[in-house]
Design a protein around this ligand. Structure first.
Ligand code: GLA
Length: 675
């Protein structure tokens, strides 16, 4: 965690699991605040996030602060024993700032300067913006740094959500500086960007630009480096404020809420995580999905990976519908508890929401709140109160951790690079491959850690590597050594293709993994839209085929038809004391499930409890060995699970042998250390 990080953990400062949400009292008359706090007590709220979008109110003109209303709110919630996650309030610049300094406004790739009037209208590289934000952060730290209710600092909000990439001239200058640090001189940049192609050679630094809209495909390495630069630029907005806060309040933990999801891709969070005192995430599933809980598990596992296995915090999720999807489907009864405890099961020391009271005005007025427009005699408020009771009963879970036998290698840079234009098939979709693999492991009932490429993986029985198109030599070597040393490695198609500059690895695909997998692919044969091939075990595959030659591996499945009929679709190689599998096609879900079952058996990985459809089982373990078995029943039928211990949620008393988990219910059992 961050250098010089505070000694007291954030969760000790709250003393309980975090339950609450973004609280925006400035949208309401003061008489509502008293009712709010009474309702928070009823719901067992332990922490609220204050001030996120309050810049224009807190600093109505440059350097003039109006803290009066926030002082009253902080004291009011503190009086109810509720901790405060205090935002630095810099998420959206106020109108006076963008009027005085229109150069702060961000510019899109086609040169359009965006207007204010929404939120986050700033260029992350803008020194003017950063200076003003640092000024407010300092004022907040001086004003509230000693307040006993202050549990943590919340820098900005969802940094980079709407403005991760700015293409303005200020950004262009910052990009050049970043490139000079990365490459030293122009020759190196020309080599890395492959500028011998299409007459792109640069002879002076001022010729180098962000990848603005051009007649044809912009240089792919330029695009990739611009994404890396942009992630660093947004991170610098965080570290600028973080350093100001750290200097004034060295003992207060500092975080910001990340967006680990498949629909925000601007930030490489592996680079961000070490800068945070605690990893906090916002999670909003796609309402249309029928398997929201499976995707939720992937994001929670990824967030735990960012936290290095330590407890993390779900900073926001929705108490019911959101406002920003095409069809904002409300939560069914019971879903709020299943979602919240789904995150807690996977390592979150709490479950916070956006937001406390549903807004009356503004773009988010149809976003659910913990207190809905209809008031407290509602499904949502009752569910919020029930969640408060459940989190209260789970207080002892705080600080315990999750352990997994399986690791999944995940990478923002590989995601960016694989999604660039002019590739063999638009149907190769990084998030889809990650999701398909993770979902198969979810259905098999095993717990998965999500790790960065190059992270040590020796402790795992199985490591899966979905579509890691871009990989460094070092990260590929870690995985090869892992397999040779006795591990089980599974790599899927379109992996290992390029180095960190997006240059093809020559000699046959899948480049960096060719040797360990014992295969050599001479050509890709992506399928047409909707086309599939039949494999020799009767299963099917879609999206992708390739002409694989065996070079030490054996064919486990072959294509029976399609463009590479007769050639391997899945291979396996005994290597060193381990084994390496290659999925050279996109197996249909059922076929993948069967194969994952085979691989898990071979690797000696068992499910957390005996697997039953729709049952999610995850165990957290305290330092003394006590287990907390979370059983979440997503199925429409009751399930029975063998376990011994004390029921903390979903009943009570001791269980000796088996517990029933009714359809849609959550049961958490404390298991004795010996068990
Ligand atoms: C994000 C933001 C919140 C709110 C919600 C709506 O998480 O941080 O301010 O806009 O989305 O879902």
């Amino acid at each position: 965690m961050g250098h010089g990080a505070p000694v007291t953990t954030w969760s000790d400062r709250i003393g309980r699991l975090a339950h609450g949400g973004d609280y925006n009292p400035e949208q309401w008359p003061e008489e509502v605040w008293t009712e709010d706090v009474a309702l928070m007590r009823e719901a067992g709220v332990t922490m609220v996030t204050l001030g996120v979008f309050s810049w224009a109110l807190l600093e109505p003109e440059r350097g003039r602060y109006d803290f009066g209303w926030l002082d009253r709110v902080v004291d009011l919630v503190a009086g109810a024993g509720i901790a405060v996650d205090l935002a630095t309030a810099t998420a959206s610049p106020p109108p006076w700032l963008t009027t005085a300094h229109p150069e702060v406004l961000p510019v899109t790739a086609d040169g359009t300067r965006l207007w204010p009037g929404s939120r986050q209208a700033y260029c992350p590289s803008s020194p003017v913006f950063r200076e003003h934000a640092a000024g407010l952060a300092a004022a907040m730290a001086h004003r509230y740094g000693e307040h006993p209710a202050l549990a943590m600092w919340h820098v900005s909000n969802e940094l980079g959500c709407h403005n991760a990439r700015c293409y303005c001239d200020v950004s262009a200058t910052a990009f050049r500086t970043w490139l000079q640090e990365r490459y030293g001189d122009l020759d190196e940049l020309n080599r890395a960007w492959g500028t011998a192609f299409w007459s792109q050679r640069y002879s002076a630094w001022e010729q180098v630009l962000p990848p603005r809209v051009a007649p044809a495909f912009p240089n792919p390495t330029q695009q990739l480096d611009f994404r890396r630069f942009s992630s660093d630029a947004v991170l610098a907005c965080y570290t600028t404020e973080r350093d100001v806060l750290r200097a004034i309040t060295p003992d207060v933990p500092i975080t910001t809420n990340l967006m680990v999801t498949d629909h925000v891709d601007g930030m490489d969070y592996w680079r961000w995580a070490p800068e945070l005192d605690l990893v906090a995430n916002d999670h909003y599933p796609v309402a249309a999905s029928t398997e929201k809980h499976v995707e939720l598990a992937l994001r929670a596992d990824t967030t735990r990976g960012l936290a290095g296995g330590k407890p993390w915090l779900l900073m926001e999720h929705s108490p019911s519908a959101v406002n920003w999807q095409p069809r904002n489907v409300a939560l069914q009864p019971g879903e709020l508890l299943r979602h919240s405890l789904g995150h807690v099961a996977r390592g979150s020391d709490g479950a916070m929401f956006f937001q406390w009271r549903a807004s009356r005005a503004g773009a988010e007025k149809f976003h659910a709140g913990m207190v809905p427009h209809a008031g407290t005699d509602t499904k949502t408020f009752r569910d919020v109160v029930a969640l408060g009771a459940a989190l209260g009963a789970l207080g002892e879970v705080r600080g315990s951790t999750v352990h997994a036998d399986v690791a999944l290698v995940y990478d923002w840079q590989a995601w960016w690079a694989s999604g660039l234009d002019s590739h063999p098939s638009v149907d190769v979709d990084y998030q889809e491959q990650v999701g398909q693999l993770h979902a198969a492991l979810w259905r098999a009932g095993v717990t998965v850690d999500v790790v960065a490429p190059g992270a040590p993986v020796d402790g795992y029985r199985l490591v899966v590597v979905p579509t890691l198109y871009l990989v460094t030599d070092e990260a590929a070597a870690v995985l090869a050594r892992y397999a040779e040393g006795g591990g089980t490695l599974v790599v899927t198609y379109f992996s290992g293709i390029v180095d960190e500059h997006d240059h093809i690895r020559l000699g046959g695909y899948p480049g960096a993994f060719r040797e360990v997998l014992g295969v050599r692919t001479e050509e890709f044969f992506p399928l047409r839209a909707g086309e599939s091939t039949r494999l020799d075990d009767g299963s099917t595959a879609t999206v992708w085929t390739e002409l694989v030659h065996l070079d030490g591996a054996e064919a486990v499945r072959r294509h029976e038809d399609g463009p590479v009929a007769g050639h391997p679709a899945v291979t396996r190689r005994e290597v060193g004391t381990g084994r390496a599998w290659y999925l050279a096609t996109r197996l249909a879900d059922e076929a993948l499930q069967g194969l994952v079952g085979e691989v898990l058996a071979e690797a000696g990985v068992s499910p957390v409890v005996e697997q039953q459809p729709g049952l999610e089982a995850v165990r957290r373990r305290a330092e003394d060995g006590t287990g907390y078995l979370f059983l979440i029943n997503h199925a429409g039928e009751d399930r029975r699970v063998e376990v011994t211990g004390r029921v903390l949620v979903g009943g009570g008393g001791e269980v000796d042998g088996a517990v029933d988990v009714p359809a849609g219910a959550v049961v958490v059992v404390r298991e004795p250390a010996s068990g």
